[in-house]
Ligand binder design. Structure first.
Ligand SMILES: [Zn+2]
Ligand SMILES: [Zn+2]
Length: 139
């Protein structure tokens, strides 16, 4: 995720208004490494804007995702999670505590992409790898 100023500019360039609610959502996502769901962001946004709607939060997340500023992670069967780190990285999902974490070391089951990002004629735009199992604290 870029800095807030750059995101504000991108929203304006796309003809989208910058409201105090949207700015708060940007700030809640910035430097957030907890892979929050839309509900998590909504609950935090409510503390700042008691009248904010879930739809506002959800639509802002979708727009940020479409602009490539955040990643939508579809690993939890119950809900999507969002990641302000958009560089390719791998996630682990614990089936007991349902925590999503970045896999920082160890197994890298996918080879590095070639420099042109084309694999077998397929132009790769992003790589998401999910490892599902039981985390260290639950095990
Ligand atoms: Zn766990
Ligand atoms: Zn992540």
């Amino acid at each position: 995720m870029k800095d807030i100023e750059a995101i504000v500019q991108r929203f304006r360039d796309s003809g989208l208004k910058i409201t105090p609610q949207r700015l708060s959502i940007f700030n809640l996502l910035k430097d957030n490494y907890d892979h929050p769901s839309a509900e998590d962001i909504y609950n935090k946004a409510l503390e700042i804007h008691p009248t904010i709607s879930f739809t506002t939060v959800y639509k802002t997340l979708q727009t940020l995702r479409d602009l490539g500023e955040i990643l939508e992670i579809n690993i939890d069967p119950e809900r999507a999670h969002y990641d302000s780190v958009t560089d390719d990285h791998y996630h682990t999902f614990c089936t007991r505590c349902r925590e999503i974490e970045d896999l920082m070391s160890g197994l890298y089951p996918v080879q590095e992409l070639p420099d042109n990002n084309v694999v077998g004629g397929f132009d790769v735009q992003s790589v998401q790898v999910h490892l599902v199992g039981v985390c260290g604290s639950c095990n």
